[in-house]
Design a protein around this ligand. Structure first.
Ligand code: DON
Length: 305
């Protein structure tokens, strides 16, 4: 950890003041109320050593990062049957694109683009009695953290302006790949996206993807080794939408971004690292977050490649 600590500190001060060419997401009006000066990093190793700097303890809207935990829970219920409903290929298109759904007959390319996550939410609705509460409890178990919660304001703000997600859900339903009521699926989807965490919490909750021996505080194994390997593979190939190749090329770790400006990256068998900086590049990924992680894996020689 000493080595990581010094490197993280150095990169933090190097990047903190650079000119950030990104822009804060404003298509969800509530997200635009967050100060774009926030910048935090937190690393947690599989031995539970940890270090954070900057705004690492402030909660933010994790947005699409929550798709990782939704996929995990759906995968636990359905195992390989899940891939009949959603694919495992990079889409090469923006996260909210409708384009491929027409020719793919309503089967989203992967679980991390909006269309795929909406289908995952539909799968979860078919399994969970109280979907919002049960999903939150699953996240609490994953992280051994009972303080986790949705941000109702963010969920409602997205609901009011969620025209594209509404279109996606209705369009997929027209092909029969949404089984539940469209409004219920969307309400659940907007809530999971509104989940809040700090970098510290985000790096900790993701450890089940880095540590083969992970069990929750309740003694439950979350995914089998094979399932965790597959989730990491999809993160590497699809976690950054049409910038997944760029992230693999520059950072070289499985990871997931969200339009709240958070990114979590996983080094299997070593650590999870979370970065938060709200200004996004043109592809919807945190500008400083990507730059930080690129410099971090370079200086620590810890990309998986
Ligand atoms: O559905 C949306 O558009 C947002 N709730 C989540 C999108 C997102 O985080 C994309 N990530 N970079």
């Amino acid at each position: 950890m000493e080595n990581y600590k010094k490197i993280i500190e150095d990169i933090y001060f190097e990047i903190k003041t650079i000119d950030d060419t990104g822009e804060i997401a404003n298509y969800i009006p509530e997200l635009a109320n967050v100060s774009d000066h926030n910048f935090g990093i937190h690393i947690t190793t599989i031995d539970n050593e940890s270090f954070g700097i900057g705004d690492f303890d402030k909660k933010f809207s994790i947005q699409s990062v929550s798709k990782v935990f939704a996929l995990t829970l759906a995968y636990k219920f359905e195992d390989a049957k899940l891939w009949e409903r959603v694919g495992i290929e990079p889409s090469g298109n923006p996260f909210n694109s409708l384009l491929q759904l027409e020719t793919d007959y309503g089967k989203p390319r992967n679980p991390f683009i909006n269309s795929g996550a909406i289908v995952i939410c539909d799968v979860l609705l078919s399994h969970l009695k109280n979907p919002k509460e049960d999903f939150l409890n699953f996240c609490k178990e994953l992280s051994n953290n009972s303080s986790l919660n949705y941000n109702e304001k963010v969920a409602q703000s997205e609901k009011k302006s969620g025209y594209r997600n509404s279109a996606l859900c209705n369009f997929i339903k027209s092909f029969g790949n949404i089984k539940n009521d469209v409004d219920e699926v969307l309400d659940f989807y907007f809530h999971i996206c509104s989940l809040e965490m700090s970098c510290k919490e985000l790096s900790k909750i993701s450890l089940f993807l880095a540590d083969d021996n992970f069990t929750s505080h309740k003694g439950n194994k979350i995914l089998t080794m094979s399932q965790a390997k597959r989730v990491n593979a999809i993160l590497l190939t699809c976690g950054f939408y049409d910038e997944s190749g760029e992230f693999a090329f520059r950072v070289g770790l499985p990871g997931k971004s969200g339009v709240g400006g958070g990114i979590v990256a996983v080094h299997p068998d070593k650590y999870c690292i979370a970065v938060w900086s709200p200004k996004l590049n043109k592809k919807g990924n945190s500008y400083k977050g990507m730059l930080f992680l690129e410099t971090f894996t370079t200086k620590t020689a810890s990309s998986i490649f």
